[in-house]
Design a protein around this ligand. Structure first.
Ligand code: NAD
Length: 294
């Protein structure tokens, strides 16, 4: 069975390489030539366009930046829709707006093709290891046809509901992470300004109720002032924008998310949008005129 893979960036490139290593026959496409060449060297066939990939593959995976890119690749000129036929499946693993996932499913259903949304959490290291957390939205019978494939790329693969549910789950994930980073930043800036060593505060609280995966992942880096990405603030802004748009469309106000969004926007104004999202603490450091280091 031929698998198509469109979007070979930070995440897509290692995910596609893992499918090659697992013995799948791959057809790849990206507007950027460098990763396409690398995949060709690993044994993949190179498609001339998204349409071409869709014609040559049974299952087409997309890993693109955001909703407009997915819409373009599926419905645009030389897009998937022009090459796909009945019985094929598009698996979109990008983090996009759930309402756009549903729109893509409707468009593809008109030609008899299926769609599932399967965004991921875990970043580049887990994409390389093939241990991503994959959250899936789609029909159970379609999920069952792609589960083995997703398990090559993921350490956990969970069907959460109908099309769009995968991306709704991803938005929930991104809200929890963003607010958690903001809470850590606010608390640690207070402790530091009060004259207490933030490294000691971290050690004292990490085993209690305030402990979290975010605290353990970000606090050691904050203490060193290391804000190399990781997950860039600009990508988190994109996810929070999708969360706010979705929240407004369905009538579920998310006031804390909008506050953290404005903090991220303020950092972007200061040229920090390429920093890791743990760099959010720099906003608080500026307000309190102090650095949280230890
Ligand atoms: P990226 O920008 O590195 O890669 C996107 C790729 O899509 C690029 O290679 C680009 O050339 C290609 N592309 C864009 N438009 C195209 C088109 N019209 N046709 C063909 N190719 C096209 O992004 P990434 O970091 O790999 O992220 C991909 C998705 O995964 C995003 O939605 C992101 O939010 C999500 N994600 C990223 C991370 C992370 O740590 N980077 C973690 C979890 C989820």
């Amino acid at each position: 069975m031929r698998i198509g893979f469109i979007g070979l960036g930070i995440m897509g490139r290692p995910m596609a390489l893992n499918l090659c290593k697992a013995g799948y026959e791959l057809v790849v496409f990206d507007i950027n030539e460098a990763p396409v060449k690398e995949l060709a060297e690993a044994g993949a066939v190179v498609g001339a366009s998204s349409k071409d990939v869709a014609q040559m593959s049974e299952i087409i995976i997309t890993m693109l930046p955001n909703s407009p890119h997915v819409r373009e690749v599926v419905t645009g000129k030389d897009g998937i829709l022009e090459g796909i036929s009945s019985g094929k499946i598009v698996v979109d693993m990008s983090s996009i707006a759930p309402l756009v996932s549903q729109e893509m499913a409707v468009v593809l259903a008109k030609v008899g093709a299926d769609f599932i949304d399967a965004p991921v959490s875990g970043g580049e290291p887990k994409a390389i290891d093939g241990t991503l957390a994959i959250m899936v939205g789609g029909k159970p019978e379609v999920f069952n046809r792609v589960k083995d494939l997703l398990e090559i790329m993921g350490g956990s693969v969970t069907l959460v509901g109908e099309v769009g549910s995968g991306n709704t789950t991803k938005l929930a994930n991104q809200i929890i992470v963003a607010l958690n980073i903001a809470a850590v930043s606010e608390a640690m800036t207070l402790a530091t300004k009060a004259g207490v060593d933030p490294g000691a505060v971290y050690q004292a609280i990490r085993g209690g109720l305030a402990g979290s995966t975010v605290l353990d992942a970000k606090m050691p880096l904050i203490l060193k002032g290391d804000f190399k990405p990781g997950f860039r603030i600009e990508l988190h802004i994109k996810d929070l924008m999708n969360a706010l748009d979705t929240a407004h469309a369905i009538g579920a106000p998310i006031p804390l998310t909008s506050s953290v969004m404005e903090i991220m926007q303020a950092l972007k104004v200061r040229g920090k949008e390429k920093d890791d999202h743990g760099g959010l603490i720099q906003f608080y450091e500026l307000l309190a005129d102090i650095e949280v280091r230890g």
